[in-house]
Design a protein around this ligand. Structure first.
Ligand code: AMP
Ligand code: MG
Length: 309
């Protein structure tokens, strides 16, 4: 199959038509590029798993065209409602009790569904044009680095999907925060652009819960092919450095997350930098740790999964 990369002006109507026809399309979001399919159509969603080589045990996030859709797909507690009011459209995914309209394939047979509303103008325009929820995980092969540009999507899924809309680089560069809402307790299943500090105003913030499939449930995820370790920058001729602070003398290649030590910039650069290091023919990538608070927690979570083998 030929993968067409289009501008937003040319792509929005075709993307909506492909979704309606049960096909997959890759679209920019404010987090990373997503691979979308009609969420209420199990056959369409099956194509996502096929294109990504994703195991069926890994559930999909459902993206809603509007807040009105929330109560058609999930049971919405007052806390969940307040979170949606505050953070949508935006990079927060809520895991809520599902309604029957959501296919089992989407929830991996669980009694919860993950929902979000993207703030990206192109993603949102496609959803408006299509008019129904769209299931969309990141547009990469399973377990690999999420794409933050249209070129990254082609590198991951070229030849396997019909269309990519090129919306330029993604604003946040890392995946949405995922929160399981239970009564007034919030369990962060994946750290992301909406931080634990920001969520604390809406309920007691707890860690993972037993029996709930956590994002990238496997220890290894978001991973380059080159071995990656987190640690002190010890230079060597076949080693690359993903730098937070170090100058990087003596390394074969250095990528700086943010020269001004800004965690937002670091998150936005993270996956592109990992991809460039991965393409440099190195024996090892050393990633310097970043401070583990606010957005730093989300960056460290991804580095740890990239380092796991
Ligand atoms: P991504 O492929 O980056 O879009 O990641 C989607 C992630 O959302 C998956 O890895 C899932 O673990 C998580 N997710 C989706 N649905 C659920 C759910 N019902 N319960 C818990 N996590 C979910
Ligand atoms: Mg993913």
């Amino acid at each position: 199959m030929e993968t067409l990369v289009t501008s937003p002006a040319e792509g929005i109507a075709s993307a909506a038509a492909l979704l309606a026809a049960g096909e997959v399309v890759a679209l920019p979001t404010e987090t990373v590029y997503g691979l979308g399919a009609a969420a209420l159509d199990p056959a369409a969603c099956a194509r996502i798993f096929e294109a990504k080589d994703r195991p069926l045990s890994d559930p999909l996030i459902v993206h809603l065209p509007s807040r009105e859709w929330l109560e058609r797909v999930a049971v919405v507690s007052p806390t969940a409602f307040r979170l949606a009011e505050k953070f949508w459209p935006g990079p927060l995914t809520l895991v809520l009790p599902r309604l029957d309209i959501v296919p089992d394939l989407v929830t991996a047979g669980q009694d919860t569904v993950a929902v979000r509303m993207s703030s990206h103008p192109i993603f949102s325009a496609v959803l408006q044009a299509y008019g129904k929820p769209v299931a969309a995980p990141s547009a990469n092969r399973f377990g690999r680095i999420s794409p933050t540009s249209a070129g990254d999507v082609v590198a991951e899924l070229g030849g396997r999907i019909p269309l990519v809309i090129d919306g330029g680089p993604c604003e946040h560069g890392i995946e949405s925060t995922i929160v399981l809402v239970r009564d007034s307790e919030l369990h962060i299943l994946r750290n992301g652009p909406v931080t634990a500090e920001e969520l604390a105003a809406f309920g007691a913030v707890r860690g993972q819960v037993a029996g709930i499939s956590a994002p990238g449930g496997l220890a290894s995820h978001y991973a380059p092919r080159t071995p990656l370790m987190i640690g002190n920058p010890v230079p060597s001729p076949k080693t690359g450095l993903l730098s937070w602070q170090a100058a990087g003398e003596g390394f074969a290649r250095v990528e700086y997350l943010s020269k001004s030590h800004d965690l937002r910039e670091a998150a936005a650069n993270l996956y592109g930098a990992m991809r460039r290091l991965d393409a440099a023919g190195l024996d090892l990538i050393i990633a310097e740790p970043v401070p583990e608070s606010g957005l730093g927690r989300a960056i460290m979570e991804r580095l740890k999964k990239a380092a796991a083998r």
